[in-house]
Ligand binder design. Structure first.
Ligand code: ADP
Ligand code: ZN
Length: 598
């Protein structure tokens, strides 16, 4: 099939077009494979992580192939982001959504063959009028974004996506390109079937996001730990908090402590406040958004420099997806997870409440998460192995690779803690057990006669400082769970620990010193370079004038390259990565002038 008389555009032509239109020197990762298939007219499912550059794999062919590429995308906000970015690169694009007033012009342009891209929502697919419209012009490609929505196995099933197959079957000669960032093997197979894509059309890019630095540490003083993060990373950031209340509290505390713009986002805010806060974040270069996980889908901001979790996420999948919102532009970014024993204890006690058939799976999910949080090895390796990859032992860009922790055997201490929980009746919290074990003369201890127990005062000196980390580890691993009143009770195979069959090792916890969190600190958003700052200011002005977020004008990386290379004419300017023909024409002179003046 691919051997026809007219071979059509090939990958070399696509590469030239990539340079001219987007100003990128070459394809990234699997982009070339996907684009080659699309140009050959072959249907494809591309599974690529966030930030891999999925949209380019249909935008670029859309400009080269005859006819329009119809893009199905689930969120209007996302479509409008994409539209803006495509138009900024000189691509002829339009959206047909309930939020658009220019339907007539769009339909006329489509029928006249004047559109490279037409974005629509999936619910259009089932409408006869839309089918008729598609029949009235030449189609180059169907691109289905967030394709996992078609599968009930995926985490975000949308029934409307099931209408896409009949629609596309009505135009059987038009190739299909399905795109998603999150799909396990099961979901992938389902997407292929549901969208009618042959199984040899599956292209899976690695899950690795090499520019994201993973760091995970115990939560010991939440506001201060986050303050430090905000201080080290002046660019835009997201802090995920577990509850609406926590969101409000943290947003206020961080705003006061850091002096940076900080806004809250959660489902309890009125829709117009949510929309306004989101819009402010998207166009900001230094805002911190404190949010519940309600904030995420539909955020297509490339320059997020950090994502912090103020409590453990639901699963490794959720962690990967949430941290994946950092550093889409490929510049250095940080993912910091601050966890507490209670996060796991509560999650584990909730498992007991779900239906029996799901409990095993839920426990595995928490064990995997605990494994990531507690590992002394490379975080990235744990993550990638979880997704079925075979990564190197060390990545060099996570907290444990940069600063390898020391492993210590705490079996004896774990035995003491478990005994204390057992002997006090499994209804006391950590604070009380700590007092008993370290022999504190306390009224409540005496009232319960716990000073008479054999475990009273058996933990001394250095060991005492390790009690909390040990309690944390035992809770993360499910050997201690919480009663509804917060008492610690034994769970799982604790007998193996008490008999010494199972050893308990932990990583030596970081000291609570001020210098500690400095370690994760690289500053990916450098200030202090006057030329770079001047270019940023210019970008801000031009963006405001055009009514778009600054990153639509140029990404930070392009500004940094300009500051480093100091182009003196348009030809040199066109060599800067990210400066395509359209942007060169629109902004080239202005930036040359700014560079010349510095
Ligand atoms: P995804 O949809 O996969 O999350 P996007 O399509 O939003 O990713 O692209 C992420 C970023 O990577 C965008 O800012 C885009 O401009 C940039 N990008 C895409 N392809 C390339 C490339 N070949 N070279 C450099 N940057 C690229
Ligand atoms: Zn690593």
């Amino acid at each position: 099939m691919s051997q026809t008389l007219d071979p059509g555009p090939d990958l070399d032509m696509a590469r030239d077009e990539l340079r001219r239109l987007f100003g990128f020197p070459d394809f990234r990762g699997k982009q070339a494979d996907v684009v080659a298939r699309v140009l050959r007219g072959e249907s494809t499912l591309a599974v690529m992580p966030t930030g891999a550059g999925k949209s380019l794999t249909y935008q670029l062919p859309a400009t080269m192939l005859e006819g329009t590429c119809v893009v199905i995308s689930p969120l209007i906000a996302l479509m409008h982001d994409q539209l803006r970015a495509a138009r900024a690169n000189g691509i002829r694009a339009a959206t047909l959504t309930s939020a658009d007033a220019d339907w007539r012009e769009t339909m006329d342009a489509f029928r006249a063959g004047e559109l490279d891209l037409l974005y629509v929502a999936p619910e259009r697919a089932s409408q006869q009028g839309f089918r008729d419209l598609l029949g009235s012009a030449k189609l180059a490609l169907f691109a289905v974004d967030e394709a996992h929505c078609v599968s009930e196995w995926g985490h975000d099933f949308r029934p409307d996506y099931r209408q896409l197959r009949p629609l596309m079957d009505a135009f059987a000669h038009v190739p299909r390109l399905a795109l998603t960032a999150t799909a396990d093997a099961h979901t992938r197979a389902d997407i292929l079937t549901q969208l009618g894509i042959p199984s040899d059309g599956l292209i899976v890019a690695g899950f690795d996001r090499p520019n994201i630095r993973y760091a995970i540490r115990p939560r010991d003083s939440l506001p201060r730990q986050l303050e430090r993060l905000c201080h080290d990373h002046p660019g835009p950031g997201i802090v995920y908090a577990p509850t609406r209340r926590k969101v409000e509290q943290l947003a206020e505390a961080l705003g006061k402590a850091t002096g940076r713009p900080v806004l809250p986002y959660h489902a309890g805010l009125p829709p117009e406040v949510r929309a306004a806060n989101q819009a402010a974040f998207v166009s900001s270069e230094d805002m911190v958004m404190v949010a519940t996980i309600a904030f995420g889908m539909g955020i297509d901001k490339p320059d997020v420099r950090f994502v912090a979790h103020a409590a453990t996420p639901k699963s490794i999948e959720a962690y990967y997806q949430e941290t994946g919102r950092a550093g889409r532009d490929g510049d250095p970014a940080v993912a910091l997870l601050l966890w507490g024993a209670g996060d796991f204890a509560q999650a584990r006690s909730r498992v007991a409440e779900v239906e029996e058939a799901r409990q095993h799976g839920e426990r595995q999910r928490l064990d995997a998460l605990a494994g990531l949080v507690e590992t002394a090895g490379c975080r990235r390796a744990v993550l990638l192995r979880h997704f079925g990859e075979n990564p190197p032992e060390n990545c060099g860009n996570c907290d444990n690779c940069i600063d390898p922790p020391e492993l210590i055997d705490v079996t004896k201490l774990a035995q003491k803690l478990l005994s204390a929980a057992y002997r006090t009746g499994q209804s006391f919290g950590f604070g009380h057990l700590q007092k008993v074990l370290t022999g504190v003369d306390d009224e409540r201890v005496r009232a319960k006669a716990h000073d008479k127990l054999s475990v009273f005062g058996i933990v001394e000196g250095e060991e005492a400082a390790l009690l909390q980390p040990v309690a944390r580890a035992l809770q993360a691993r499910g050997f201690l769970t919480q009663t509804e009143h917060g008492g610690l009770q034994l769970a799982g195979d604790v007998r193996a620990i008490l008999s010494g069959e199972t050893n308990i090792g932990i990583t030596r916890p970081p000291e609570r010193s001020r210098s500690r969190s400095r370690r994760s600190g690289n500053t990916p958003n450098p200030t202090g370079d006057p030329l770079f700052d001047a270019l940023r200011t210019l970008r801000r002005d031009l963006a405001a004038e055009a009514g778009v977020p600054p990153y639509v004008v140029f990404h930070d990386a392009a500004l940094r390259a300009m500051a480093a290379d100091r182009p003196v004419n348009l030809s040199e300017m066109s060599q800067i990565p990210g400066v395509g023909a359209k942007k060169l024409e629109a902004y080239g002179e202005a930036f040359l002038k700014a560079i010349d003046e510095h």
